[in-house]
Structure formats: structure tokens, C-alpha cells
Design a protein. Sequence first.
Length: 171
Amino acid sequence: MDQYITFNWSRHNSFQAGAITNFFQNNQFTDCVLVCSGQIIYIHKVILAAASPFFYELFNTHPSVAYEIHGINYNALFNIIELIYTGAVQVLYTPINEFIHFCNQFRLNSLAFKAIQPVQASSSKRNYKHTQNKKSIRKAQKSRKQLNIKHMSKAKRRLIFDSQEVMDTSN
């Protein structure tokens, strides 16, 4: 009878997390771009599809190498993508509800959102302390709207975000 030996890579998870973060920060091995407000974010479809049912459905239903995103500013979109890749992101306290709203639009609701409270402010940058706020989580989840993806032409792909829903249009 054959005998098997199991090999375990003890630092596998930290290695993968570090590699994914590095690929994102250096725009390496990307296979797709998101265009928002005239700026480009290089992404890996497999990473976004694994993190977001919205992106999973979009990439399966409408294969492309470029998606134009409307109704969300570039910084908010970049912060969401950074959160997906690195597991953490620092955003300004003021638009936190908007950030959570867009995370829900992308159906990242499996994330454990934490409300952020400023601890102290300096002249150039604020330091933040994370505290659990279940009321904010419930409020964000209640405001989540159902996303509808309609057929898009292959010539032009657009995602239009508004406060009510996400719609796809083609010209």
C-alpha cells in the first residue's frame, strides 16, 4: 500500500495576502481595467470576482477587458478596490456612509464594517480608532438596493450608479 506524506506551507496565507497586495500596488499581471472619472484602476478579475458577487456576475455575463464606472467618484471606487485587495483601507470619517453604501452596492456585505471615530487630528492627517458599531452596519444593510444587470452591447460597457440602483446601458 502506498503511503502519503502531507506537506503544509505554514506561511501560505500570509504569502498569498502579501503577493496579492504587491500585485495590486505595482499593477502587475492585471487582466482588466476599471475606468472612473477618466482615471484607470488596473485589476485582476479573479480577485474582484472572489470578493464580490456583483463583479462575479458582471465578469461572467459581460466579458470584457475594460469597464467604465459612473455615479461613484474615483477615490471612493479606489478605496473599495484597495479594501478588497489589502483587507483594510483608511477613508475620511465624513463620507463613511457613502463608502458603506457603495460597498453594499458592490455586494461586499460579508465584510465586517466598523464605524470609525477620529481619535486625534494633526495638521495633515487624522488618526482613527476602529470601534464596532452594529447600528451603522444594520443601517447600511437596510439601505442596500437590489442590483440589476441588463444586457450590454460588446462595443461599449457602462455601469451607471445612482442612489437607487445600478443599471447597465449601451449606446
